[in-house]
Design a protein around this ligand. Structure first.
Ligand code: ZN
Ligand code: ZN
Ligand code: ZN
Ligand code: ZN
Ligand code: ZN
Ligand code: ZN
Ligand code: ZN
Length: 1755
């Protein structure tokens, strides 16, 4: 450091990394120098300076300094040239063939079910998209973080290990001459640099001194500068830490939050800087406060500033290395070599092991760097991965123990890397052979579990810690990983090692065999339910491991037999229980059983028997492979002791039976749960199923009578079959009956369940098919439901897909619901009512379904067992229990009891089982007889069943009993089955006889066949008879029913008549209408030819009080429930910023973009206003007392749920009756003579200017220019407007008036988001605006749905719109007329420039339909006189409407023509129609008035085309508006869905010429000056010059954004998503706005927005702009749609994507490929366009209270 100049930080900061620090670099380059020394000196000098500002670091500056002072020189030395250039070169020279991308939490990973070796093999999205697996059966999942992409790992994939991207990497650079060989010099330098760097990193990370640094780093004077550092743990919550910090340091909430976030992310943080003493003090304070809140102190340390700095820099160097690793394989190899190098002669671990061992002590941030470094180096080089794995296994025990006592998540532990190594088949094999990894893992388990051992050396998990046990599962998982791929080739060494591991594993099972014994509780209920979850959970974890061990064993005969011997020994060692007791004798039917007494109901029993079950598993594999023939070589028959093997599983089954018989109910719920899991799909393979197998083993090896006696004894039923003890104890009898049922059922299973490879000759596929068949016999099922009911193998596969199509057909889903599989008919014959995996409910459901089906097919209802497959030789003896003496005794006894009608001693279920067993016996005999000659068949079921016994009980044989059974009335339902069995008896008899007459085989066969036939005929006849009987029965019932109905009508006559009357009325109205249409009233809405209003008398029923009332002006008000909301559904410009508060907004003019309107919708339900008010008040009262419900709806804002349909409403619309009007056509004609448009305009002008003079004294006069000009005509004066007809204004009842005001105020309040104010001048404007906007929305909806304009509205839309328009017309009367006039004048100002006031917008800045609606509705205010309230007569308004409409239409045509000026020619063919010519001449005028800005070159036909298309929405809206305003019936064409004809019909209805330009001709003198002024507006000119853009007509119809067909495209987009606000690598939740397509960063503090002083999440704040508060998002990673409204409400839906089985997958839990379902997406679109989102949210919140907890505001 000769130069001495302390240039470090300052110099570096200015220069970035470019300028090399010459002196230092020179020195480093000196060949002879001591690199290590210099390097450390350099660090000692710079590091403390760079990281001096720990509390408040300037990260960018720090980084610059690090680059300049240390990394740049270091790289220069290492590469020997400019690092940037060198690395660039290196990068281009090729990429690795391994991808190795490390996943962050939440990232999507892909696995291929066809090609992945196991499900842990995954691809990153990039590799997946470029791989062949894209078109395979893939799965998508969300990573928990910490995994890495297996692209390029040939061992992970059966096919397609490389994506196209990485294939390039591998082909361009074959392994041998690795990518871009580094030259020797660089290699040499690396070998010098890496050791020092690595050593420094290791030293600093494991540095334990708080105050001192290693001497070589201590250069400067030690200063008293310390930090108080707080560490992350999983014990303390965020709030705990914040609280403790605030208290201990006295800091602000914000600062404490900042610290806490950083601690959570990085793992540690300095929270205070200062002298040692003060830091120490802070440390104690923090500990004390944290201990107060959570009993455990936070982890705090005081570190010297320099220590802290060097530790920080060590991590920085770690990421530097990490980056370097990605460039070159040589770097990686050198790095790995150094990391693995052990000091010669030292026992100390190598560098990498040191770090691994220290892992649990490191903080979060350090661990992340370390793990990434391992990924980027060792895991990218197969050879070194192996060496690393060896090191890992070497320290496995220590590492796992550290992890188990650590409190960080597993992803943060180095032990989580195990999956990367253990699942690689060659690596696993190597580790087993060389490192004995199976034994290592099992021994680790044996060392961590002893704390759960009880005095018998069995596990007992009472009071266990869930967290700790979860950590133990990680070790169990490792075992599973190691076993995941079965070896194909066994070496001696592998065999020995595996067996060693197996024996070690048996030791764990030994601790489980018989663990957690329970004893039946008698008298008193147990006090505390014991913990059962842990034991069951371990059982679940072990299930597949047990299966895998068995499979491994089975793949080698020698191994299988040796493993069997070991397992047998272990079972025997555990089976000593009860040996002390004296044996007792049990006699029945002349057979004797000698056994040691044991009673499940009195002695301890356990359901955990993994050793016995493993033995059973190995036994069937012996049978399957044939190795069983050599069994005696390994286990001698004396040792074998089958009774002992059977004993424990049998006890377990008896326990299940006793639980069913409610004998254990005092033992509480825990036992019920255990029994449930024992038989549940998650456990049954290694519990229940194996117990059945063990019984089958017993039945095959024991004497059948002995076996049955043992069963009877263990079921404690010995007495039940001896003699009948008369007892009156109903409970006891019931208990006995259930136990007998349970035992019979198990006997059925022992004999009948043969679908296990090894028990019979079936394949795994057969087994799965049978499972599926039985599931589908219950009902058709969804794919996911079937999957859930099938056991998963170690690869989480059920094998479903391979077989499902053989047994079932797929039925597609509709718009909701899901697709289901239905069983194929030919599989129905496989149905076995006593299928052993049915639960009791499934059993009865399936039985019911199948019987029903047979009935429908007119067949008998017998459901006999299907013929089972033959037992394998090893199990063939099992069938003997069917025809043994004890069985016969049991069957006969039960039948006898039924026949003798000792009702309490038998049940129907019991008899069903007896019949089933009989069937099995007969089937067996039949099958045997068909296969071999009679004399060889020793199975004599027929003989035994037909033989008479000698004792009194046996006086009748089974056959006779069956005949009697048919007459037992309680067993009517079993009759068909009994018949079936009798036929079987017959058939077996024939077979016996036939084969005994073997001489005439042929003849007898045909005879037998005939016999068969005749029975078939009989059956047929019988069925026919039954069908006939059933038909008669149905007839009788029908007759009864109709009689009942008549009676009902008699008694409720009144009711019926009423409804009839009502119907009649309706009919009458209908008739009237049809008559009127026949007469052909004029179907014109405007002008002198106006047709009559069709106003029906409206009688409505209040949904609250159920009373009817006619709607009349003078009656009390009736109201419709309604919901007013702001809406952007029609917007043409989403980038426009919406005003959040309407305090200063002027809503009179609507911008043509329709950016945001106010929509009024209704569910169409009518109430009395008074009833509604009562209801609303009651609700308010009610909910004030129940706080939480307020979240559903906001009472303050008038929200309530419709009392009938529960949709969300926030106001009511008063129902105002339409005032029927009819024009006398003669009068009208007369007026037509005088009242031309010009004259009408003059009259209006005079009237308006008259008002101005009158009302605006003092105020500046509104319209001087026009008024003066018009005054010339003396014939016109102020009152002339009245001379064309007036009438008095409608008089509304006070209650209607009140409601008019209330509703108008709501529209104002919601539409503008302001406080209610009944007197505000903008209330009428909002009324007109919502009226116009709602009509536009409905028109838009009808158009997009392709429905006709009239007649296709839903009822609710129809009544809502009717009420809204009538309301809007009536609302005027509740406001001051002067105010209305003022608004009217401003509206007319747009059309009549003479009226123009300052802020009148130009023609291109207004929506013309809004103007029209406003003008029409406000126009009657011109008739207002001081003394009397007048309104125009029918004729007057007909003209007013006509002229206002024509004016607006002329203006709109002009709008269209001007805005389409820049339109390029479309495909339409030119023509020279009259319209085209008119258009041409009109354009000439426009051109002239715009001084040529408007090009007149546009062909006339094109202009006409634009106008015709562009004006349609406006005409349609106008037709709707005038229809609902005036009640004039529309022409037929508008009731039909036809494009052509519509335009003509509209023109006719609205009194327009079909050549719209004729309108200009007609009014030319009047319109010419208007046109001139419209065109002269600067705004118009600027638009024509292309300086500004005007909206085109027709406006585009909004749709939800296009979504990709394939969901993984969306996931791809999401993976590329970068948060716009932060650059950290934390997990993000990208969310897509379905309105506009914006991708947002949701649920994250980085993107929260401060709106009106409130923190809002990205979605919530986006929704305010994009959807005026209501919005629809897609949460991409979760595959869910979110609807939100405002800040407090929202709900979730599955995304509209379906897998190939027609099911959605919210949360991507199943992970099947997903495809867009257009129908469902359309449904969402309609939800939006119909403004039903709010309603939907309210409904879903009502049903799913779950979402209450969610803070929608932060979404
Ligand atoms: Zn990849
Ligand atoms: Zn790849
Ligand atoms: Zn594949
Ligand atoms: Zn009512
Ligand atoms: Zn309703
Ligand atoms: Zn949006
Ligand atoms: Zn963000």
């Amino acid at each position: 450091m000769a130069d001495g100049a302390d240039r470090g930080p300052g110099a570096g900061a200015t220069g970035g990394r470019a300028p090399a620090q010459a002196p230092e670099r020179a020195m480093w380059c000196d060949e002879r120098f001591d690199f290590q020394g210099t390097f450390l000196q350099c660090l000692a000098k710079h590091v403390p300076n760079i990281y001096s500002a720990e509390m408040d670091p300037l990260l960018e500056k720090q980084e610059e300094m690090v680059q300049a002072a240390i990394l740049y020189p270091l790289e220069c030395y290492l590469f020997g040239e400019d690092p940037d250039i060198f690395l660039e070169k290196l990068q281009q020279s090729g990429t690795s063939q391994l991808c190795g991308k490390v996943f962050k939490g939440g990232e999507t990973t892909y696995s291929c079910r066809d090609c992945a070796v196991d499900p842990t093999c995954v691809l990153c999205i990039d590799c997946f998209q470029n791989s062949i697996h894209k078109n395979h059966r893939y799965k998508m999942h969300s990573s928990t973080g910490g995994g890495f992409c297996d692209c390029g790992d040939t061992e992970a994939w059966k096919a397609g290990p490389l994506c196209t991207k990485h294939e390039l990497g591998s082909s361009s650079s074959p392994k041998e001459n690795s990518e871009c060989q580094l030259n020797e010099e660089i290699m040499e330098h690396s070998r010098r640099v890496f050791p020092s760097v690595i050593k420094y990193i290791v030293d600093m990370l494991i540095w334990e001194e708080e105050k001192e640094l290693p001497p070589e780093l201590t250069v400067r004077e030690k200063v008293d500068s310390y930090y108080c550092v707080l560490f992350n743990d999983e014990h303390h919550s965020y709030d705990h830490v914040i609280y403790s910090l605030q208290r201990a340091l006295g800091c602000e909430l914000g600062e404490a939050q900042l610290h806490t976030t950083a601690i959570d992310k990085e793992g540690r943080r300095a929270v205070k800087a200062g002298h040692y003493a003060s830091c120490q003090e802070a440390k104690e304070e923090i500990k004390r406060h944290s201990e107060n809140v959570s009993q455990r102190p936070l982890h705090v340390e005081v570190l010297h500033a320099d220590v802290m700095a060097h530790q920080k820099f060590a991590l920085r160097l770690g990421s530097w290395l990490n980056k370097l690793m990605s460039y070159s394989s040589d770097f990686r190899q050198i790095f790995c070599q150094i990391c693995l190098k052990e000091e010669a002669g030292s026992e100390k671990p190598c560098f990498i092991s040191k770090l691994m061992l220290w892992d649990a002590k490191l903080h979060k941030g350090a661990r992340k760097v370390l793990h990434e470094l391992i990924f980027s180096s060792f895991f990218m080089e197969m050879e070194y991965k192996k060496l690393f794995a060896v090191e890992f296994v070497k320290y496995y025990k220590a590492l796992q123990k550290e992890y188990i006592s650590d409190d960080h998540d597993r992803v943060l532990s180095v032990t989580a890397l195990s999956v990367q190594m253990f699942t690689v088949p060659t690596l696993a094999r190597h580790l087993i052979e060389e490192q004995n990894v199976i034994t290592t893992i099992t021994e680790t388990l044996l060392e961590v579990l002893p704390e759960y051992l009880d005095k018998n050396d069995k596990f007992n998990f009472q009071g266990y810690s869930q967290d700790k046990l979860n950590r133990v599962y990680a070790v169990i998982y490792d075992l599973r990983y190691v076993l995941v791929s079965k070896p194909t080739l066994w070496t001696d060494r592998l065999r020995e090692r595996f067996l060693e591991g197996f024996v070690s594993f048996l030791r764990i099972l030994t601790c489980m065999q018989g663990m957690e014994e329970i004893k039946r509780q008698i008298g008193q209920h147990i006090e505390v339910d014991h913990d059962w979850e842990a034991a069951i959970a371990i059982q679940m974890q072990l299930k597949n491991i047990l299966l895998m061990f068995q499979e491994w064993c089975a793949s080698d005969e020698e191994l299988l037999l040796r493993a069997y011997r070991e397992c047998h020994k272990a079972v025997m060692r555990c089976s000593t229980n009860g040996r002390s007791r004296e044996k007792t004798m049990f006699h029945l039917c002349g057979h004797t059983l000698e056994s040691r007494p044991y009673r499940v109901s009195a002695d301890p029993v356990s359901i955990h028997l993994p050793l016995s079950r493993t033995l059973a598993g190995l036994h069937v594999r012996l049978s399957k492979t044939g190795a069983i023939s050599r069994l005696h070589e390994f286990v001698s028959p004396e040792e074998f002791q089958v009774e002992l093997l059977v004993e424990y599983p049998l006890r377990c089954l008896v326990l299940v039976a006793q639980v069913a018989a409610e004998m254990w109910r005092r033992n509480g719920l825990s036992l019920i749960s255990q029994v449930f899991y024992y038989q549940d799909v998650k456990c049954r393979e290694e519990m229940y199923d194996k117990d059945i197998i063990m019984l089958q083993i017993g039945a095959s090896l024991m004497d059948p009578n002995q076996f049955l006696l043992l069963m009877l004894q263990r079921y404690e039923l010995a007495d039940a079959f001896k003699k009948i003890k008369p007892t009156k104890d109903q409970d006891l009898i019931k208990q006995y009956n259930i136990l007998i049922e349970e035992m019979l059922q198990i006997l059925i299973y022992v004999v009948g369940e043969r679908y296990v490879p090894g028990i019979s000759n079936v394949t795994k596929e057969d087994v799965i098919m049978r499972e599926i068949i039985h599931l589908l016999c219950i009902e058709p099922m969804a794919h996911s439901a079937i999957t859930k009911s099938l056991p998963e193998n170690e690869n989480n596969e059920t094998g479903l897909e391979n077989v499902i199509d053989k047994v079932a057909t797929f039925k597609k889903p509709g718009v909701s619901g899901h697709g289901v599989y239905e069983l194929k008919d030919e599989c129905l014959k496989e149905f076995n009512m006593f299928f052993y995996h049915y639960t009791k409910t499934q059993h009865s459901k399936a039985e019911h379904t199948q019987k029903k089906r047979r009935k429908q097919e007119n067949r008998d209802e017998a459901l006999p067992p299907p013929p089972p497959p033959d037992f394998s030789p090893a199990f063939s003896n099992v069938v003997r229990i069917l025809n043994c003496d004890v069985m016969m005794h049991v069957l006969r006894t039960l039948l006898q009891r039924a026949v003798e009608l000792e009702t309490h001693l038998w049940t129907e279920a019991m008899i069903q089982m007896v019949l089933h067993l009989l069937s099995l016996g007969l089937l067996e005999e039949k099958q045997q007889l068909q296969k071999s000659p009679e004399e060889e068949v020793s199975f004599d079921f027929y003989h035994k069943a037909t033989r008479m016994g000698s004792s009194a009980l046996n006086a009748v044989n089974v056959l006779m009993l069956l005949e009697k059974l048919k007459r037992v009335p309680q067993l009517e339902a079993q009759k068909d089955t009994v018949n079936w069995i009798l036929q079987m008896f017959d058939m077996v008899k024939r077979l016996r006889e036939k084969s005994s007459l073997t001489t005439v085989t042929a003849a007898s066969t045909s005879e037998a066949a005939k016999g068969d036939e005749s029975t078939q005929d009989k059956e047929k006849a019988e069925r026919k008879r039954k069908a006939e009987a059933a038909r008669l029965h149905r007839q009788k019932i029908m007759a009864q029913m109709s009689a009942l109905q008549r009676n009902f009508i008699e008694t409720h006559k009144l009711l019926y008549e009423n409804t009839l009357e009502a119907q009649g009325k309706e009919d009458a109205i209908m008739e009237e209408e049809s008559v009127s249409s026949a007469v052909d009233y004029s179907k014109i809405a405007l002008g002198p030819k106006r047709g009559p209003s069709v106003a029906e008398k409206e009688v409505l029923t209040c949904i609250l009080c159920q009373e009817e009332q006619e709607v009349k002006l003078e009656s009390a008000a009736m109201v419709l429930s309604a919901c007013v909301q702001k809406s952007t559904a029609l917007t043409q410009n989403r980038s426009r910023i919406l005003e959040l508060s309407g305090d200063t907004v002027d809503p009179l003019f609507m911008h043509p973009d329709l950016p945001c309107g106010t929509h009024t919708g209704s569910c169409g339900h009518v109430m009395h206003a008074a009833c509604w008010q009562k209801y609303f008040e009651a609700m308010q009262l009610n909910f004030r007392q129940r706080l939480h419900v307020e979240q559903i709806f906001d009472l303050e804002n008038g929200e309530y749920l419709c009392p009938l349909c529960k949709s969300l409403c926030n106001t009511v619309i008063p129902i105002v009756p339409l005032q029927a009007q009819k024009i006398n056509s003669e009068d009208a004609e007369a007026v037509a003579q005088i009242l031309s448009l010009a004259r009408w305009l003059e009259i209006v002008t005079v009237r308006i200017s008259g008002y101005s003079v009158k009302n605006a004294k003092g105020e500046k006069q509104n319209l001087p220019a026009f008024a003066n000009r018009g005054m010339g005509n003396s014939a016109l004066e102020f009152h002339s407007i009245l001379s064309f007809g007036v009438q008095s204004s409608a008089k509304y009842s006070s209650s209607i008036k009140e409601m008019l005001i209330l509703f108008a105020t709501t529209i104002y309040r919601v539409g503008l988001k302001v406080a209610p104010n009944e007197a505000d001048s903008r209330i009428p404007m909002m009324t007109w605006s919502t009226c116009a906007f709602t009509i536009q929305c409905i028109e838009n909806l009808l158009e997009t749905e392709g429905k006709p304009l009239f007649g296709s509205l839903q009822n609710r839309q129809h009544s809502g719109l009717k009420a809204l328009v009538q309301f809007a017309a009536a609302q005027r009367t509740t406001s001051p007329q002067v105010l209305i006039q003022k608004h009217l004048i401003r509206l007319l100002g747009v059309l009549l420039p003479n009226f123009k006031v300052e802020d009148t917008p130009s023609l291109l800045e207004v929506d013309m339909f809004h103007i029209l609606v406003g003008a029409v509705l406000s126009f009657p205010s011109l008739y207002w006189e001081d003394a009397v309230d007048l309104q125009p007569s029918s004729i007057s308004s007909a003209y007013n409407h006509l002229y206002l409409f024509h004016l607006a239409t002329l203006a709109h045509i002009t709008q269209i023509v001007i805005s389409s000026a820049t339109e390029s020619s479309t495909a339409c063919s030119p023509d020279n129609s009259e319209e085209a010519q008119s258009a041409q001449s009109f354009c000439r005028e426009v051109c002239q008035y715009t001084s040529g800005c408007f090009s007149q070159d546009i062909p006339g036909w094109l202009v006409w085309d634009c106008v015709k298309k562009g004006i349609m929405p406006y005409l349609r809206c106008a037709a709707l508006f005038f229809h609902y305003l005036l009640g004039v019936s529309p022409p037929e064409e508008l009731l039909q869905d036809s494009e052509e004809g519509q335009f003509k019909a509209l023109c006719s209805y609205l009194s327009l010429p079909t050549n719209l330009f004729l309108l200009f001709h007609e009014y030319w003198d009047t319109v010419n000056p208007l046109l001139q002024r419209w065109c002269a507006d600067p705004m118009v000119l600027s638009c024509l010059k292309g300086k500004s853009i005007a909206i085109r007509y027709p406006r585009k119809r909004n749709h939800l954004i296009e979504l990709p067909e394939d969901y993984s495209c969306l996931l791809n987009q999401a993976s590329q998503f970068r948060c716009p606000r932060s650059s950290d690598d934390e997990q993000k939740h990208p969310v897509l706005c379905l309105f506009c397509g914006a991708m947002l960063c949701s649920q994250n503090t980085c993107c929260q927005e401060l709106v009106n002083g409130e923190e809002l999440g990205a979605c919530t704040s986006h929704a305010l702009q994009c959807g005026a508060g209501v919005c629809m998002f897609l949460k991409i990673r979760e595959c869910k749609v979110v609807l939100i409204e405002g800040k407090t409400r929202g709900c979730l839906y599955p995304a509209p994507y379906l897998d190939e089985y027609g099911e959605t997958d919210p949360g991507l839990k199943r992970g099947n490929p997903l495809h867009l379902c257009r129908e469902r997406y359309r449904k969402l679109h309609l939800l939006w366009q119909q403004h039903c989102i709010i309603e939907e949210i309210a409904r879903s919140q009502e049903t799913n209270q779950i979402f209450f907890g969610f803070n929608w505001q932060l979404l």
